[in-house]
Design a protein around this ligand. Structure first.
Ligand code: NAD
Length: 309
């Protein structure tokens, strides 16, 4: 298949591009390398067609239309919750207007769109609702979450009005090699880098707060399944449906790194949720997807990567 990955030079994109190339797809990457890097791709820019461009650029739309892709995986985004609160206009310029530029091009070339949404779409939830189903009410607490929900709704209307096929994924906390520390889910990359550098780590709160950590290679496999599934025009969580506390995380990091980790505690950060876990039953039945990489194995790969760098 001929596939465009926007944001393909980023963290999740770099895992996806590897899998797409292994399956002999024809891969194009569009990225402005604002948070990504071409070195994240296997053999840099040599294995796929790379366009250094902004999704908001009119030329980007033109080029996408000309190439006539089968699938567009849209990962490029402003990914920082804090940044969206500081500057909602900038957030919307990338995540709404930039995305519309991509959707317009997809509409013209008849491509299926696979979109990276987020657990932040759900906002604060009551713990008795965990694990969260896709049908749970969406009450985002940040402009980042809001623009992601907005695009989900745009996609539903693009399908209704123009027949565009789409799959929306709400990712849990993704981790793995090549992750930066600024976007979502960065706690593991922050900890792993500090452990690799022999530094202590800080936990905000008492460490009993939980997250649903899913390995980026598993996310990439889910996206690959969405490229050909018949169960389109739907929203799926991609998660492990397992809660891991930060204390458990540090213990596993210590085991896989073989390091004694000095942990400091600070007061909880305002706005941080206490528990998080997404149901993955719909992805299991609808896409035949299930996470394959255990937390221990994923952390091992992540630590090795950061130690090597
Ligand atoms: N990492 C997570 O835990 C997580 C969780 C939920 C959702 N997501 C979503 O998954 C997607 C990928 O996230 P990631 O963690 O790989 O982030 P990332 O920052 O590593 O990747 C984003 C990529 O998009 C590029 N980009 C940003 N703005 C652009 C623009 N205007 N034009 C062209 N390229 C642009 C960046 O250079 C980068 O390569 C994002 O849409 C993010 O919101 C990530």
């Amino acid at each position: 298949m001929k596939v465009l990955v926007t944001g393909g030079a980023g963290f999740i994109g770099s895992h996806l591009v590897r899998q797409l190339l292994q399956s002999a797809h024809q891969v194009f990457v569009l990225d402005n390398v604002s948070s990504g890097a071409w070195q994240h791709l296997p053999q840099g820019k040599d294995t796929c067609v790379c366009w250094q461009m902004d999704i908001r650029d009119a030329l980007a739309k033109e080029k996408i239309q000309q190439e006539k892709f089968d699938v567009i995986v849209h990962l490029a985004a402003q990914t920082m919750v804090d940044a969206s609160i500081k500057d909602p206009v900038y957030d919307a310029s990338e995540n709404i207007m930039g995305t519309l530029n991509v959707l317009e091009a997809a509409r013209q070339c008849g491509a299926r769109v696979i979109f990276a949404s987020t657990a932040a779409a759900y906002g604060d939830v009551v713990e008795s609702d965990l694990p969260l189903l896709e049908t749970h009410e969406l009450l985002p607490q940040s402009f980042y979450g809001l623009t992601k929900v907005g695009v989900e709704k745009y996609l539903a209307l693009y399908h209704e009005h123009y027949g565009l096929d789409y799959v929306v994924f709400r990712f849990a906390n993704v981790y793995g090699e090549r992750q930066g520390d600024s976007g979502e889910g960065g706690v593991i990359s922050i900890f792993a880098k500090r452990i690799a550098a022999g530094q202590d780590i800080t936990i905000y709160g008492d460490g009993t707060q939980t997250r649903d950590f899913v390995y980026a290679g598993d996310i990439a496999r889910g996206i690959c399944k969405a490229m050909t599934t018949e169960n389109v025009n739907a929203v799926y969580n991609l998660s492990t449906q397992t809660e891991t506390s930060l204390l458990e995380l540090v213990k596993t990091l210590s085991e896989v790194s073989g390091c004694e980790i000095t942990t400091k505690f600070d007061s909880p950060r305002e706005g941080d949720i206490y528990r998080s876990m997404l149901s993955n039953q719909k992805a299991k039945t609808g896409l035949g997807w299930a996470p394959q990489v255990s937390l221990k194995e994923g952390l091992q790969r992540t630590i090795e990567y950061f130690c090597g760098n």
